[in-house]
Design a protein around this ligand. Structure first.
Ligand code: C2O
Ligand code: CU
Length: 432
């Protein structure tokens, strides 16, 4: 099978499972599921999921409330859940061997944490994540604003791809050296999964895009409405911009508010072609469309960086195919070191600001994720750019970020191409 080619374009909209409310303790059980990836009458795909489905149920929780989740491991492998993008208590971060022991099969772990910032987040397995996330162990996590923008519908859009055999089962090529040393595990079926499949013409809708793929960078166009991008990685944009040329690295999220003019279709743009990911159909029309301008979301009360007092650090991404020599022991490295060092890459005192140059000396793009924090991307003339938890750095490029390390604990810093993380591109920092 030629992995560069897609098996088929999407047909009917595929629905996400219904939300679970997080006010009461939730139970998330990891277990085998059969997923409808290929359209009927093709076979279902044996995968892993939570509570009977992949993606797992959407968890919705009001900002500043406490999330309480009993994670029950009904799979055959150890696992743990990471709450991607949440500034949470370090002990709840879900990183085996750094913040907790992996949860054995048939065991339960209780996650309980506060959610200080509203926005679009997600949860995913963080043990052998390059395999467990690709097998389906993830779901959306939405933190609701106390004063949300007026919209008619709030719709979660999960972007993912899967590498399937013709018979519908997952290709058992997990962890192969080619994926690890190149761009990671790319699928041959890609799709947008929606939390609802119809809207009305004239509706104002909020779309919460989540790239849950382990490797694919989604370049997405959205047709069927006029609107604005209002947030990246959960955090509001001061100035909303038109949703042209959306680009989501693995784990990145983007919120778009759109006034619907027709079927809302999502297209993946690749170098060679474009590929339909799915369409939200139009049924009826809204008798009283919202006609106020699309405003910025309420700003998040985030710590203010101190650019003058900032420590200056450089993290060099190295390795991979065509990447040349480096000092690490695996395919990939940060600063000549592959995998987790005994001691943290850097120790920050709590509240310290650091300016970090992320320099990509490889032939591949990398979406670099810092746990427990967001950081500012720094623009060309030192301007503070987007405030994100995952930043995409193109081959042979570099990007500076400015971060206030205000959350105490041991935090992972890694590439979210999960094959790269697994073969060297990760480290950790400590905030004390
Ligand atoms: Cu979304 Cu360390 O991961
Ligand atoms: Cu990478």
């Amino acid at each position: 099978m030629n992995r560069r080619e897609f098996l088929m374009a999407s047909t009917a909209a595929v629905l996400l499972p219904t939300p679970g409310r997080a006010a009461a303790p939730l139970r998330l059980k990891a277990e085998p599921v059969n997923a409808r990836i290929l359209p009927e009458p093709k076979n279902l795909t044996p995968m892993l999921g939570f509570n009977g489905s992949t993606p797992g149920p959407e968890i919705r929780v009001p900002q500043r409330e406490r999330v309480s989740v009993f994670f029950e491991n009904g799979s055959e492998r150890r696992s743990a859940i990471h709450w991607h993008g949440i500034h949470l208590d370090n002990a709840m971060d879900g990183v085996p061997n750094l913040t907790q022991a992996a949860v054995e099969p048939d065991e339960t772990f209780h996650y309980a944490f506060d959610v200080p910032y509203a926005g679009t987040y997600w949860y995913h397995a963080h043990h052998r994540s390059w395999e467990q996330v690709a097998r389906g162990l993830y779901g959306p996590l939405i933190v609701e604003e106390p004063d949300p923008p007026a919209v008619d519908r709030d719709i979660t859009v999960v972007l993912d791809d899967w590498r399937l055999e013709r018979n519908g089962s997952l290709h058992e090529s997990f962890g192969n050296r080619h994926d690890f040393s190149h761009g990671g595990r790319m699928g041959n079926v890609a799709r947008a999964l929606f939390s609802r499949d119809t809207v009305r013409r004239g509706d104002r809708i909020r779309l919460r895009l989540i790239n849950a793929a382990t490797a694919r960078i989604f370049a997405v166009s959205i047709d069927g409405g006029n609107g604005k991008v209002v947030a990246h990685d959960g955090m509001p944009l001061a100035e909303p911009v038109p949703p042209d040329d959306l680009l989501l690295a693995p784990a990145q999220r983007t919120d778009v508010i759109l006034d619907v003019t027709g079927p809302v279709s999502f297209t993946l743009r690749t170098r060679q072609s474009s590929y339909g990911l799915g369409t939200i159909a139009v049924s009826g029309s809204n008798p009283a469309p919202i006609d106020t301008p699309i405003r910025p979301l309420p700003p998040a009360q985030v710590p203010v960086p101190d650019p003058n007092g900032a420590a200056r650090l450089t993290l060099v991404m190295q390795g991979g195919a065509m990447g040349g020599h480096h000092g690490g022991s695996d395919f990939w490295a940060f600063n000549d070191r592959s995998g987790m060092p005994e001691a943290p890459w850097y120790r920050f005192s709590r509240g310290e600001t650091a300016r970090i140059t992320l320099r990509n000396d490889t032939a591949f793009p990398h979406g670099i994720h810092l746990h427990g924090h967001h950081f500012h991307e720094i623009g060309d003339h030192g301007a503070l750019g987007h405030y994100r938890d995952t930043t995409l750095v193109d081959p042979r490029q570099s990007r500076d970020i400015l971060c206030v390390f205000d959350n105490p604990g041991k935090w992972l810093l890694h590439c979210h191409t999960l094959a790269h993380q697994a073969s060297g591109m990760k480290t950790w920092v400590e905030v004390a």
